[in-house]
Design a protein around this ligand. Sequence first.
Ligand code: BGC
Length: 700
Amino acid sequence: MDERIKKILSKMTLEEKTAQLMCVERNQLLEKENFSPSKANAVLKNGAGQISPVLRQFESEQGTEIANEIQKIAAGTGPKVPVIIHDECLHGCMAEGSTSFPQSIALASSWEPAMVEKIARIIGKETRARGIHQALSPTINIARDSRHGRVEETYGEDPYLTSLMAVAFIKGLQSQKVIATPKHFAADFAGDGGRDSGPVFFSERILREVFFPAFKASIIEAKALSVMAAYNSINGIPSSSNRWLLTDVLRGEWGFDGFVVSDYGSVWGLYGSHGVADSLAGAGHLALEAGLDIEIPDSPCFSHLAQLVREGRVSESLIDIAVERVLKGKIWLGLFESPFSDPEKAKKICDCEEHRNFALKAAERCMVLLKNNGILPLSTDTGSIAVIGPNADAVRLGGYSGSGIKVVTAFEGIKNKISKRTKLYFAEGCKVNSIDKSGFSKAVSAAQRADVAILVMGNSSETEGENRDRCNLNLPGVQEDLIKAVSDTGTPVIVVLINGSAITMQNWIGCVDAVIEAWYPGEEGGNAIANVLFGDYNPSGKLPITFPRFTGQLPLYYNHLPCLRKYDYVEVRGFQPMFPFGYGLSYTSFNYRNLKVFSGKSSIKISVEIENTGKYEGNEVVQLYLRDIVCSVIRPVKQLVRFEKIHLKPGEKKIVDFSLNHQDVSFLDENLKPKVEPGLFEVMAGPNSAQGLKATFEIK
Ligand code: BGC
C-alpha cells in the first residue's frame, strides 16, 4: 500500500495534493437541484478529497447514476483520483429512500450491540450500494446532561455501553466498505447549561475516564478509519486545532492511522468563532498542524494551503502526510479498482422488505416501559380506544433522518392492530410546541367515549435536536395540560413518548396508568408501538440515560463520585432521579438471587440467578456494576462493567456468568497511569443502576 500511495503522490502537483484535503460542497455540483456535469468538470479539475452529500435528494437509482458520473469525471481530471462522497448515516443513510431505523438513543436502549452491528451492516450496504463511501457516523459523545438537544444522537451517558455500541456500529458499517467517522472528538455535547458544542473545562482525568473511552474503543477495537474533530474547545483549546487530541492521543497513544475530518466549518471556527487564528489561512495552518486532514463540507481555509507551502510557511511534507492518509482511505474503499456502483442493485436493496422488517424488530427491542399499573398489555378486543396527542399521527424520525420512505405512525400502527369490533377515535389535542388549547375539547370527548386513552406525546425537530438545546425538560407547549385534561375524564391513560432525551414527568406521572418511552422509533415505529401496547412484544429496553425529576437537577448521572455531604436540594433528597440509568420494566417480573463471586488469580467470576416469576415470556438486561470501595483516587459510586440480555419463559431460571479482568478493576492513578490497588470491591447485579444484589471481593 505504501509504495502504491507514494507512486500516486509522486505524480501529483501541489494543487492536486491540497485538493485531496479539501471537500467540494454539493451545491457546487448542482444546477437548480440537478446534477451539472459541466460544473463538476470545472470544480474537480484538480480532483477532490471528498464531496459533501450531493446524492441526498435523489432516489437510489438516480443517485447511483450520478455517483458514477462523478467518478467518471474524477477519473478524467488531472490527478485521476476517485472521490469520496460522504453522508450522514446515524440511524439510516440520509440519502432519499434509505431504511430509517430507531434513533441512536433508542438503539442504546436495546442494550444489544449485536443488533446494532446488524443494523449498521444494513445501513452500510444501502449506503455503499448507492455510491456513498463515508458515513459521518456514529455519534459517540457521552450525554451527561439531557438538556443537550443532540442527546438523541448519542448512546447515552455511560462510557461502557457507548463503547460497545460504537464498536458494533463501526464494525457493521465498515464491513460493507463504508468508512465510519466516530464524532465529535472530543467531549462535545457537554457545554455548561446543556449547551451543544460549548466550551468545556475538563480535567484530563475526566476526559480519559468518561469522554475518551468510546473513541479509544472505536480506534483500537473497531479500527475506525476516520474521526471527526468537534466544534467545541477544551480548556481553552479548540478541538479542531488541538494537537494533543488529534495527534498525541489519537495517533500516538491509540494508533489511529486513518484521516481526521473537521466538523462542518470547524476549521473556519478557529478564525471566525474561537479567535485563535487571524485569518482563514491561519486557521487552516493551525488545523493541519494539529493533525486535521480534511476540511468539510467546503474548504475556505484549506484552499490556502498550497499558497502557504509556496510561501514556506507550511512544509510540503506535512501536506504529503495528510494526502497519504486520504489516499489510503480511498484504496481501502477499493475506489481505484471499482469506483462505480450498480443503480439497479441500489434500487433493489434500499428499504427492501427485509430491511424494513428488521427496522420493526429493532424498534420493538428499543422501547422502554417506564410505568405500568397493570393496564398493559391491552387486549386487541378492547371496546373503544382514543388515540390522542401531537405525536400520534405525525412522522417523527428524529435528527439526521432521511426522507422518501413510508413511515408508520403510532395511530396507523394501532389501527393496523386492533380488531374490527374496536372503535377508534383520534384527536391531535394540541401541537408539540404551541399554547393553543382549542383542540382539547375534541380530545376530552374522544377520551370520554373510550375505554382507554393512548396519549402519544413528546418532542419534535422543533423542540430538540441540533441547535435546539432545552432549559426545561417538561413536555413542551400545553402537552402536560392535555394529559391532565384527559386523565380528569376518569378514562385510563397510557402515555407513549416519542422524543430523544429525558422528559420530566413530575407534574403528571401520578395521573396516568402507564408510560412507554418509544424514542424516535424509525420507519416501522408505529407498528412496533402497537406490538408493545397489545403485548405481541414484551418490552425489554432499559434507559441509557438518567431521567431526572426536575430539570434543575442536571447534570445528573448514575456514575458520579461519592460526596461527603449528600448533595441534597430542598425539593429532592439525595440522588433521586425519576428513573435511574438502566431502568425499564417488563410485562413479566424477574427475580434475582444467589449472587456469587469467586476471586481467582487472573479473573473474578460472578454469577447470578434470574427467574421469570411472571406470566409472560420476556427479555431481561442483567446489569453488573462495580465499586472500588477504598482507592487512593476517588472512584465513582458505581460503574457499569458488564451486562447480558437474556430471554426467559414463565417459570424459567438462568444463571448468568460474568468475568472481570485486571483492566476492570484498574483505575488511573494520580499520574493518570492505569493501576490496580489491593482492597475491597463491591459488585451489584440487578435490573438497573439503582437496584440489585450486592457482594464484595478482595484483590490481594
Ligand atoms: C454536525 C455534524 C454533522 C455535520 C454535517 C454539523 O453541524 O455537528 O455532526 O456531521 O453538521 O451534517
